[in-house]
Write a protein that binds this ligand. Structure first.
Ligand SMILES: [Mg+2]
Length: 282
């Protein structure tokens, strides 16, 4: 069984800033600060962490747990209004090719598709509503599960295991996101990582986080399906844009930038030099 976990913002959809506006609204109602999110890096973090940071930006101190509950309630109440405003302003969109991809994955019996998102569960459902994509997701890990994305992903996998009544190995889990934080969380949990560049991620940070697969979006599904091991690559793995998921060494050698290969070669040179020094052999 393969488990595929999708991030929401920038990976499935772009909600036109609805989340930030709803959070600004909630923080303003509690602290009077109108633009608290301006100084907070929201992308790739969990809602819980974002709420805390936005409150801190507004009030100049950490929220109490009661204030966090109240802030969350205000955010969730405001979010539908802001999502609708984005839809009306034509600022709400799906990431290219995602629907085709999800339909393809949903048709398979050896795949379970879920959410792995920093959004609160309610927030996730509200944000996805206009996209019509929610029907493809049977389970998920959410921002309300933990501050840490890797724990969010592990929660999702636990739910998938209970749902399918099977044991799931780490190398059967594939995480797809749009920021380096998605990639880092996947790696921390021991899962495969793939990234879309059309989302909100910083391309340089994304490159540095070194996901197994990077693609602009889902317009061309072939690299995604090969990465997931659902289609065979007729030309082998030495393509440089994607890799065989079970061979991290090949990834290092045939990764997207080629920089990995140079790093490894330089490292090997140093290692050989040090070995020669120690053993005295030429
Ligand atoms: Mg995202």
């Amino acid at each position: 069984m393969k488990i595929i976990l999708f991030d929401i913002d920038g990976t499935l959809i772009k909600a036109g800033g609805a989340g930030a506006r709803a959070l600004n609204h909630a923080v303003q109602a509690m602290t009077g600060h109108p633009e608290a999110c301006r100084s907070v890096q929201l992308q790739g973090a969990t809602d819980k962490a974002n709420f805390e940071n936005a409150f801190k930006a507004g009030a100049g101190r950490k929220p109490t747990s009661g204030e966090m509950t109240s802030l969350t309630k205000k955010y969730v109440n405001r979010l539908p209004v802001e999502v609708l405003a984005s839809v009306k302003a034509k600022k709400y969109c799906k990431v290219k090719g995602i629907e085709k991809f999800l339909v393809k994955l949903s048709g398979r019996k050896d795949v379970l598709v879920g959410l792995g998102t920093g959004n609160l569960k309610e927030g996730a459902f509200i944000k996805l509503e206009p996209s019509g994509l929610m029907k493809h997701f049977a389970f998920g890990g959410y921002g309300c599960d933990s501050h840490h994305r890797s724990v969010v992903l592990q929660k999702a996998v636990g739910r998938a295991a209970r749902l399918a009544k099977v044991k799931i190995k780490d190398n059967e889990v594939f995480v797809i996101g749009d920021t380096h934080r998605d990639v880092e969380a996947a790696k921390e949990a021991g899962y495969h990582s793939g990234a879309v560049m059309d989302g909100f991620g910083d391309e340089r940070l994304l490159m540095r986080s070194n996901p197994e697969l990077m693609a602009k979006n889902f317009a061309d599904l072939t690299p995604w399906l090969i990465w997931l091991g659902l289609e065979k690559d007729p030309r082998g793995v030495k393509r440089g844009t994607y890799i065989c998921p079970d061979s991290p060494i090949e990834h290092a050698h045939y990764g997207r930038t080629g920089l990995d290969l140079r790093d490894i070669e330089l490292g090997m040179k140093e290692l050989r030099k040090a070995k020669r020094k120690i053993t005295g052999q030429p």
